[in-house]
Design a protein around this ligand. Sequence first.
Ligand SMILES: [Zn+2]
Length: 388
Amino acid sequence: MIDLKDLSQNLDEILNYEPSDAPVISLYLGVDAARITKQEYTTVLNSIITSEKAKLEASSIYKASQKKGIYEMMDAIKVYINDYFRPESAKTILLFAKEGKISSIVRLPFNLKSKIIIDPKPHTQILRAILGSITKYGILVIDREKAQIILMSMGEIKQYLDAFISEVPPKVNYRSQLAFKEKNLLSRIEEKLHHFFKIINEKTLIHLREGKFDNIILAGRKDIVSQFSNYLHSFIQQKNIGNIAGEPSDLPHVIRDRAKELIDRHELSLKNKIIGQLIDNYCPQELGVLGVQAAIGALMLEQVRTLIYNNEFSAPGYVCSECGYITLDKEDPCPYCSHHLTFYNDITGEIVETAIKQGCEIVDAQSNERLAENGNIGAILRFKIEAV
Ligand SMILES: [Zn+2]
């Protein structure tokens, strides 16, 4: 029986892992519901496990007892994916197993190629690159007495960043007793609120400047959010992508779901905008390419700044397992290293992974019509190639 609580993401542990004698399995599995059915991805999983087992059998890197442990973990992974796993919004999952059991699962927002890697430590190169490029959202949930900042990225709540409780402000030195007496009860409450809102604004600004999050969402009752908005530093205002209803006492998943709706809308409009720029501005300036052939060509020249693709994009092609060369046409052997090229029914994962390793920004669009009319994939370039 697998305890699902054990599988919660523990990124720090993965990223700071100390290598040991115990082999760690890192599994990438494409599970994007828009591209692949459960039956298909379980078939992919079985086939990569079978071929990895054959390689292990033939190899003498591991002792018999270590091999046995690896096979047990592979069986546990199969059971988990078959019986317990739901893809939800994940495109690819990155699953780690060690010491006989699955240790964690990270849901990745990009389509990557499915594969298994067995090493003395978790495979984290792609994960690090993705984490560095993911937009982090701070959700500031606020009422008149309490407030908190929740961090959200990749569709999930990651942590509680900060919490605030309204306190009676320090004594104000009124110019006269008369002026003090004129202040009625209501104004004292207002003064407390004024003090509270000012502190939240200051602390939020510090977090934003320290890069704890990139964008901010305000959550609260409409009247409170609108009153608080007057306190917001202009830098925070610029980073505010919208507001949602909420109370500090709301359950985390309620806040997450409302924020996710807003984030999805925000990201969709950004993606549509960048696709428009690619087609209308970058391509005419020769700083953009459209179509799979041109996109691969630019990628192979390490010319790509932003890779943009529609979720429906898929293309068969050939990949060199030695140097990573990708081509649509059958060329054998590889023109760069003379290694054998392998045929793939879909090379999307290879393309995206190559782009991530080159530090490109990845934009995965959903059924963008303009992009679909232009080959479903394209790239904004870092530089032009001058004709020789
Ligand atoms: Zn090659």
